[in-house]
Design a protein around this ligand. Sequence first.
Ligand code: ADE
Length: 230
Amino acid sequence: MRIDVLTLFPDMFTGVISNSIIKRAIDQNLVTINLIDFREFSADKHHKVDDTPYGGGAGMVLQVEPVHAALQSIEGYEHALKIIMTPQGVPYTQKQAYTLKEEDHLIILCGHYEGFDERIRHFFDLEISIGDYVLTGGEIAAMTVMDSVIRLLDGAIGQKASHEEDSFSQTLLEYPQYTRPRDYLGMTVPDVLLSGHHERIDTWRKEQSIKRTKERRPDLYQAYMKKTDE
Ligand code: ADE
């Protein structure tokens, strides 16, 4: 997979791409990440990429020209899935992460300022929001999407089973996990997990997943019950 990111703050990505699973995925050539500072595509002598809104109002608006020029500089951009990060986008979910994982080439635009010139939308396929809150820019949102997609690429993390058990993959939250020690300050590991009885362990985990989902995410619990009724 190749991911091109259009951003005014490429340095924000340094920590994410040079650590842990993302770094390993890059080192293994599972993904190539290309950070493009679209300020470099501004025709303005001061490299301006924003301007005041027509019709007046507060704040600045991202201009269409530098974004479009940067987009056109990307080899094969016509065939890539082009995404804008914005709180106005479709709410991001694990299901969408699985869809994006199948793409060969993603281009992600990180917005800044009060908004985009509406004509920018003409050049993109999809708008994604990572939640109903407003960030200072699309970078952290883009990193969220990238992280969630890259970890799904074949070979990025150890066991494939760990995807299958991910919270949300099956609309239930994950069951409680324990590791050594068996007793910590009187808090003990449930006996069933020490029993070596795989069937009983599986049943316990499923029950715990259902219980936890019901308590914490009634919306997901309802969806799960509906699915199991079908
Ligand atoms: N940019 C600013 N806020 C955002 C959000 N919630 N999701 C995606 N992009 C954003």
